[in-house]
Design a protein around this ligand. Sequence first.
Ligand SMILES: [Zn+2]
Length: 435
Amino acid sequence: MIRLHDTLAREKRPFVPLNPQRITMYVCGPTVYGRAHIGNARPAVVFDTLARLIRHEFGEQSLVYARNVTDVDDKIIASAKAEGVDPSVITERYERHYLEDMGALGVRPPDIAPHATQEIGAMTAMIERLIAHGNAYEAEGHVLFSVPSDPDYGVLSKRDRDQMVAGARVEVAPYKRDPADFVLWKPSDEGVVGWDSPWGRGRPGWHVECSAMIERHLGDTIDIHGGGLDLIFPHHENEIAQSRCAHGGLPLARFWVHNGFVDMGAEKMSKSLGNIVTPAELLEQGHRGETLRLALLSAHYRQPLPWTDNLVAQAKSTLDRLYRAAGDAEPEAVDEGFLDALHDDLNTPLAMSRLSALDGGALRASAQVLGLLGSSSADWFQGDTDAAAVEARIAERAEAKKNRDFAAADRIRDDLKAEGIVLEDGAGGTTWRRE
Ligand SMILES: [Zn+2]
């Protein structure tokens, strides 16, 4: 039985899906206007791991996992303007990079990846319903959600009204009836991306995007809603308010699951602070995606994760040890103790320590639930070496032996050994591996 910490309940609860044949999970995806950093990669890896665990538990076809792409946003519009290109040039470029970067970390694409620009109809329909129910109003080309119309507003973040107004840093605009009200729709100026709507040409606010996509693709109430801790307020609070008011009070999600931040020193890694490290640059430096994935899973997902060079080095040496212990074994049954650790609110540090005690096929099968040890051990140990250069020297050595120049042959073997490469002579010729 999987137990998950639910932010709304503020406790771990047994995860019993509404329909075990169609478990629904939605995670707020990227706003595609720049390269993802390691902090952005954490939810992608965490929820990919949770998806793998659910599929292991309930069956490969049991889960419908949706992660949206926010491809209309003021930051995108600003980037497009700065480059003098259409916003789609920016969004297509950075979505491609996002999928490449996350793919390198072993993150499988979600089952559904709805794009905001393709879901405008679902959003305007939801906004019209909210207006009809008295939960939203039109003012000066904007449509705003009326926070005082929802007595349960604040249930997720448990903030009082003043904290909410301060925390949301919402614009105090003359057309707002209440300072806490937030934008569902806003007008687009001439030359700015926009769509026709009952309230004039404009574009949606960010929050309504997720509510409308969840309704359209997954249903009124989903099993799991995920995202980073920073989304609890205002984004998820607003999603809850919109969806519940549009659905006659039905809850939006049965479990709210939030991952902690990646920290750089004392601060959260964030684009606005300028202290970011990206998977792209780490991969460029020669680190492997699997190493970065393990580093991201090394702390419990709800804890902060301090990102350091040492963390990455540790992850690399852990993987070296695990690949050695797994050897050539094919995956067998997943270890029970390992699963128990993951069942307890995805306790990856405990699961990792359990892995250290395993070897062979049980190790390989268990690690694969975490999206690790997917390569052969030979590929892992040879992967970061210039294979062509090693092969060239092996050929040189074979030539030397043929000429009975054993001193030269031994010298090549010793030189390679000094570089951490071990040669093994067998019936089929010479093979090599990293020590
Ligand atoms: Zn969202």
